[in-house]
Design a protein around this ligand. Sequence first.
Ligand code: NA7
Length: 535
Amino acid sequence: MTGQDNRIDAIIVGAGFGGMYAIHRLRSMGLTVRGFEAAEDVGGTWWWNCYPGARCDVESLDYCYGFDEALLDEWHWSERFATQAEVLRYAMHVAERYRLRDHITFNARVDGCTWDEDAQAWTVSTELGETVRARFLIAATGCLSKPNRPDLHGLDDFAGDILFTQAWPREVFDLSGKRVGVIGTGSSGIQSIPVIAQKAAHLTVFQRTANFTLPAVNRPIFADYEAEIRADYLGHRREILQNKAATVKQTIAESAFDLSDDEREAAYEDKWQRGGAGGIPVLFADSLTSPASNEEAARFVRRKISEIVDDPEATESLTPRDHPIATKRICLDTDYYATFNRPNVTLVDLKKTPIERVSEGAVHTASADYPLDVIVFATGFDAMTGPLRAMNVRGADGMKIEQAWADGPRTFLGLMVAGFPNLFTITGPGSPSVMVNMIAAIEQHVNWIAALIDHMRETGKTRVEPQAAAQEAWVDEVRRVADATLFPLANSWYNGDNIAGKPRMFMAYVGGYPAYAERCEEVAGAGYAGLELSA
Ligand code: NA7
């Protein structure tokens, strides 16, 4: 398929799990591919987010590729929820096993992607100054790769160390004996705070919004459970793909009120003891659609917080009351709430006393000064749309992606964008993405893209773009499905609320993996209905 002007078939931006599988899959179809990656090596989110305590919140036996049974069989996870280091080792193993690095240029951040209508090709440039042309452009840039770094007044004056969870130093950074401040209590803060507290002389946690977090109950994988799965790993994969989150199913009843009060309490308690994110928030099918059902789960967790945390003021600050449980990303922790009982930990409730400024040696709120040696930002990401905007993508007629998405991201199936021919977005906005087991979502997307490219080869087509009407219908469907849930009620990065000026729009498809995959298959089965294919 390589064209006459030395262009290659596909450029793949990002060498996380999405980019790695895209390279493998397209290369195995005989296409010429080239990957660009800003980091020094593969791993994507797992390369960058190497902060203390970083861990996967999907069970390890499910959070892996399923495309090759031999790979499934040969890789052994050591813990129920793998550490960042172990997931990264897995990514590196995959890169090695399938010789993927040969096709990737590392330390090469893409800074421009322009569609050339005459050549029917994308021109992609990197900060290294290289320019490459390809028929197809695959953005495997992840949902959470563009950091949100708040611009606190006076931060430049701070004389201590400033660290970011999403770009933690790769060399050992010793926090022993240091006065550390962590700003942000999403997953990254909640995972790192208990670990940092064990090292630091003193830890000050600056919390803007109290978040729900559940005990991970991490442990070695039970040998009998692993043996059961390994007896038919592919069968297990097929089974989990029938579940909404593409991982082990936890729902036990349609409604929280199908059980008596005592039974419901016992069920929540059982899940709390067993651990995992896929427990309490999805125990009942109506947990994320019925306010009353959701409140039962929220009340249970709030009670747990009050039982664990000793200090009444800290308990009150740590208790989430402003959003239904799991409508902001639910967190998984190890000893998070108990950490606030330690004598060397202080909680600062920014809702009561916001940060006013930073000086040479401290963070200052309206009511107190907090002397610090290290400030850790765990302040999240410009999620879903940030990574694409950062690549300066220009489609047909020179339209920038941020213009096309001025009112929020509009995509066809979260995979393609009208006005941006031959561009594919792996786990893009409007797809299940962060709502499901990401590696499963990635494989489904890459397989669908590969099948479409194959279809184009067979039919002699060189250009594909979604029809505007089909895209609008999908955007409406994503909104309709979200509006039937409690998700839009929270101020969350799912809605774009964490970034000033970002249009508010719920950015993921929450209808579940099976319904989504079926829709993708329907589109393909109908000869790619909704897409404009041309030569
Ligand atoms: P999150 O979940 O977006 O959390 C970021 C946290 O930082 C959250 O508590 C924010 O408070 C807080 N934040 C953001 N900006 C500020 C400022 N300016 N001042 C104080 N606090 C601030 O990001 P994570 O990295 O923890 O997790 C992202 C995902 O990675 C996670 O969901 C998993 O999927 C893995 P807010 O709630 O906005 O008030």
